[in-house]
Design a protein around this ligand. Sequence first.
Ligand code: COA
Length: 312
Amino acid sequence: MNIGILGTGHYLPTNVVTNNDLEKIVDTNDEWIRTRTGIKERRLATEEVDTSDMAFHAALGALEEANLAAEDIDLILVATVTPNTSFPSVACIIQDQLGAKNAAAMDVSAACAGFMYGLITAKQFIDTGAYKHVLVVGAEKLSKITDWSDRTTCVLFGDGAGAAVVGEVGEGKGILSFELGANGAGAKELYLNHDDHIIMNGREVYKFAVRQMPDSTVNVIEQLGLSRDDVDYLVPHQANIRIMEAARERLGISEDKMAKSIEKFGNNSSASIPMALSEAVKEGKIKDNDLIVLVGFGGGLTWGAVALRWGK
Ligand code: COA
């Protein structure tokens, strides 16, 4: 069976916070943030908007693009490190809001690689014939776990959500290869502390990511016996422009073939890949039959990549 993405959606909070705004709360500056990370601004959700609200809106968009009703969904997987609460899951909250009464629901915890883990989990349920349609969402309100006095992390993150409906697609289309991985020995480099704040060893995470993201990108293409120039579009996790560029350069593709939403949205953890993907689809940057690679990495440490032929 060919299993792919039937529709995408994303949601962005309206509150824009620029690098200049951050200069007022920590000792930083626009030039440092832009040159070291590629970020110019990010969106932050207001107090009354929680992770599930953003997930809900992104899911509605994906269902509409897939031309499916909420009742058609058999399983909801929400990748998040910032659930409203540890239980019920965000997936259960949006199951109710959407009216997806036939869907099982659970959250997936794989940090910034969460959407990749969700997408591949969805594929397994459909491959076995157990389910027909799975809604996979990446949603994060990172602002609630950001230490706003730590300049080494608070400049990096933003809030938002992205979603995809996964199901059967036509011959030759859909997910062609994937790679998922983890290295728990690296857990100490990026984690949530007891005060519910992100703690990150930026240099160590950078060293890991700048090797892993290009490696995984190439691995999923080589698994197919294809060449790097066959890739039409790359959607990397939007963590740092320098890490994203390393993956792009290893593929040898031009700049216009890589999704680059980091400038406007910062790092949205599990939401960054589906948000960037949905935006690229809406802007017409991804066309039918394009070979695209999605690739991400994150706390855990975790990583994942997928090569897929776009279209229904
Ligand atoms: N504004 C100004 N200066 C800052 C700063 C900020 N926001 N944050 C750190 N600095 C300073 C540091 O204190 C350091 O000063 P020093 O040399 O006097 O000690 C200097 O800038 C360089 O810091 P360094 O950590 O070496 O910078 P870097 O080039 O490694 O960039 C990151 C830092 C965080 C941008 C980079 O390491 C990174 O992107 N890592 C990966 C993070 C990531 O992807 N996380 C998400 C995983 S999903």
